[in-house]
Structure formats: structure tokens, C-alpha cells
Write a protein that binds this ligand. Structure first.
Ligand code: FPP
Length: 252
């Protein structure tokens, strides 16, 4: 049973709403397999510890006053993994949603999913629907879980819907702009990430939030995902705070 989230606001150097705290942190959770291999354990053990790191990180994000946390749990490319590993990952997600949802709800976490749902099994889809419906009015932290998510598919789908509207004369092609495209993405009601963290030393985005990442600070950590905790999150936030964000402009 996860420890109940502290209801208190953050203390210490990272203050909620302060300029140094990113509003939206997105994480590419990488390195579960290497964590297990280093210990001569089966990969599932790395994923299990990865799920523990998810629990810790959601709690830490809420404690630190982060508004949005997006976790890349399963990419549209992850289906290429052996079937038993895919089953293990889906099993861990089921366990997380069954065991944690009431705790998340009582802690004020709103849970949202992005990704293509049709390929997911019906019981996983039901758990997702339940989690979203139950937590829809919560406002402390929005936890976005990217599941069977791929940025290219998301952008293609947005383009198709906009094109259909243009063909039906409901949209003037000249009016298509950044705001309109953003509105047709799965993240329409989520602000763009301020920081994207990738663990395990890999330095790529792997089809994750490509449109939304335009001005995100990218932070690559050597830490393997199962070792991720509040202290590592705070060190990433400190790195973020040390960067100068110019959004294409320049300092006066
Ligand atoms: C990358 O490690 C991690 C994943 C593909 C899946 C992430 C899943 C979890 C953290 C567990 C379940 C999630 C939730 C939301 C409860 P990898 O296997 O690619 O590691 P490697 O590159 O070292 O082999």
C-alpha cells in the first residue's frame, strides 16, 4: 500500500508556483532492462521496480507542487517487444490502476491517458475509463500516462481531422495555425512540457511529444528509471532552474 500523499504544500528551496518549478514535467522512463541486467535479474524485475519508481515520482511531483506530470509508459513501438514482456508491462499497468487509483483520487490527482486505445485489451480500457472518470474533478496534480502513444500518429490524426473539416468548408485552410493544431492533439487541455527528462543516459525523444517539446528543456540523466526518486527529480528541477529559457527570443 502506498504511503498516503502529504497534503501539505512543498517546503524547502522548491516552492509551488515559484518561477523555478516547472509547471509540466514529462519523463521518458528508460533503463528498466539495464537495471535488471546489472543484477542478473529477469527484465520483469526491472519493470516492477520501474512501477515502484512511478509511485514514488507521482508522490514527489505532488509534494513539489508540479501541476502536470506526463509519463511515457508504453510507446506505439513497444508492441515490437516479445509478447511476454508486453504482457508483463500491461500487467503492471493493471496492478497500478487497480491498487493506486483510490489513493491517487484521495490525494487530488487527476489521471489522464494519451495514446491509441483501440489496440489495448478491453479490461485495460475499462480501468483507464474508470481512472479518468473518477479523478476528473481533481486539481492538485494532473498525471498524464502515455500508453500506446506515438507522436507521429498523434500529429497525423490531427492533420486528418483538420483536413476533413477544411474539405467540409468548416475551416479556412488559411486559418490553420499553431493554436489550431495544438487543439487537435491528444494533449489539447494540457500545457506544453517545460522540461522533458530521459533517464538511462540515452539522448533522444523516441517519438514522444514532438510537437509539444518545441521549447521544452531537455534533461538527460544517467540514472536508470528504477533508481529514480524525489532527490533525482529535485536535481533535474535544479538543472532546469539554472537554464535560461528564451523561447526563440533574446535577453534584453
Ligand atoms: C524502458 O525500459 C521502460 C519501458 C519500456 C516501460 C516503462 C514502464 C514502467 C516504468 C512500469 C509500468 C508503468 C506504470 C505507469 C505503472 P527498457 O525496458 O527499455 O530498459 P532498457 O533500455 O534498459 O532495456
Amino acid at each position: 500500500m502506498a504511503q498516503r500523499f502529504a497534503k501539505s504544500m512543498p517546503s524547502g528551496p522548491l516552492e509551488a508556483g515559484g518561477e523555478s518549478v516547472p509547471r509540466h514535467i514529462a519523463i521518458i522512463m528508460d533503463g528498466n532492462g539495464r537495471w535488471a541486467a546489472k543484477r542478473m535479474l529477469p527484465r520483469i524485475m526491472g519493470h516492477r521496480q520501474g512501477a515502484e519508481a512511478v509511485r514514488r515520482t507521482v508522490k514527489a511531483a505532488a509534494d513539489l507542487g508540479i501541476g502536470y506530470l506526463t509519463l511515457y509508459a508504453f510507446s506505439s513501438e513497444n508492441w515490437k517487444r516479445p509478447a511476454d514482456e508486453v504482457d508483463d508491462l500491461m500487467g503492471l499497468l493493471r496492478l497500478y490502476l487497480r491498487n493506486e487509483i483510490s489513493e491517487l483520487h484521495h490525494s487530488g490527482v487527476r489521471v489522464r491517458f494519451i495514446g491509441e486505445r483501440l489496440r489495448l485489451s478491453s479490461d485495460v480500457r475499462e480501468l483507464i475509463d474508470h481512472a479518468e472518470t473518477l479523478t476528473t474533478n481533481n486539481a492538485r496534480l494532473t498525471l498524464v500516462i502515455a500508453l500506446n502513444y506515438g507522436s507521429h500518429a498523434e500529429i497525423i490524426s490531427a492533420c486528418k481531422r483538420i483536413a476533413e473539416k477544411a474539405v467540409a468548408n468548416e475551416i479556412d485552410p488559411a486559418s490553420i495555425d499553431h493554436a489550431m493544431i495544438s487543439k487537435y492533439l491528444l494533449t489539447a487541455d494540457v500545457p506544453d512540457p517545460d522540461m522533458i527528462i530521459r533517464t538511462s543516459g540515452e539522448k533522444r525523444l523516441s517519438n514522444f511529444l514532438l510537437w509539444q517539446a518545441a521549447y521544452a528543456e531537455l534533461v538527460f540523466l544517467d540514472c536508470l528509471w528504477p533508481d529514480f526518486d524525489k532527490a533525482v527529480l529535485e536535481s533535474a528541477i535544479a538543472e532546469y532552474s539554472s537554464r535560461e529559457r528564451r523561447f526563440g527570443g533574446r535577453q534584453a
